[in-house]
Design a protein around this ligand. Structure first.
Ligand code: FMN
Length: 197
C-alpha cells in the first residue's frame, strides 16, 4: 500500500500575469518523459479547486473555483504511475485510493495512452444537497459547468508554469468508473492530462 502524499505548500506568491496566461493557454497533445514535480502538482491542484477561505460552524469553506450553491461536488482524482489518488483540499493532501496505474484509461484517443499524469473530475452527487441542485437536470448542468471552472484553472496554471494540458471528453466513463471502483453517486464528468511538453 502506497502512503498518502502530503503536498508541499502551494506557492501562492508566484507571479505570472493573468492576461499572459489567458493569451497563451492552449490544448497540447504531446508530452516528454519529465515527470510533473510535486511542487507543480501542489500548485496546480490548489489552482484547480484549493481552499481559499476556511469554513466555520455556519458557513462552508470556499475554493478557487465556484460551484453551484457552493456544493463543492467535483472531486479531483489524480492518476499517477504509482496509483490513484484523491485530492483533499484540506489539508492539501493526496489520499492514496488504489495501487493500479490507470493512466492509459484517461482518454480513448491513441495519443492519450501515454499520458504522464491524469486528472479525473468526478461529481459526487451526494454533495448536492441544496434544493436548487437536487433534481437530476440541475445536477447534471451544475456538475459540467463546475468542472469547467476547475479545468480552466488547471489550464491557466499550466500556461503560467510552462506545462502542457488537454481536457478530455472522449473518455470511456463506464470502464474508468469501474476501474476506479467509484460508487453509483459518483459520476465522471471530464478528464484532463497535464505534462511537460
Ligand atoms: C468539454 C471538452 C471536451 C474536450 N474533449 C477533448 C478530447 O476528448 N480530446 C481532445 O483531444 N481534445 C478535447 N478537448 C479540447 C478541445 O479540442 C480544444 O479545447 C479545442 O480544440 C480548442 O483548442 P484550445 O483548447 O487549444 O484553445 C475538449 C474540450 C472541451 C471543452
Amino acid at each position: 500500500m502506497h502512503p498518502n502524499i502530503k503536498l508541499p505548500d502551494p506557492q501562492l506568491d508566484l507571479d505570472f500575469p493573468l492576461m499572459k496566461a489567458l493569451a497563451s493557454r492552449r490544448s497540447t497533445r504531446r508530452w516528454s518523459d519529465t515527470p510533473v514535480s510535486e511542487q507543480d502538482l501542489s500548485n496546480l491542484l490548489w489552482a484547480a479547486c484549493g481552499m481559499t477561505k476556511p469554513g466555520n460552524a455556519r458557513t462552508k469553506s470556499k475554493r478557487t473555483a465556484p460551484s453551484a450553491c457552493n456544493s463543492q461536488e467535483i472531486r479531483v482524482y489524480v492518476l499517477l504511475k504509482n496509483g490513484v489518488f484523491l485530492y483533499h483540499e484540506e489539508p492539501h493532501e493526496l489520499i492514496h485510493m488504489l495501487a493500479e496505474d490507470l493512466r492509459e484509461h484517461i482518454g480513448t484517443q491513441k495519443i492519450m495512452k501515454s499520458a504522464p499524469m491524469g486528472l479525473v473530475f468526478v461529481a459526487d452527487l451526494s454533495r448536492m444537497t441544496s434544493p436548487y441542485v437536487r433534481n437530476k437536470e440541475a445536477q447534471r448542468f451544475s456538475a459540467w459547468v463546475d468542472t469547467g471552472y476547475i479545468s480552466q484553472n488547471v489550464y491557466l496554471y499550466c500556461a503560467a508554469a510552462n506545462l502542457g494540458s488537454v481536457v478530455l471528453g472522449l473518455v470511456d466513463r463506464d470502464k474508468l468508473h469501474a476501474l476506479m471502483q467509484l460508487q453509483d453517486h459518483e459520476k465522471i464528468v471530464l478528464t484532463q492530462i497535464v505534462g511537460h511538453y
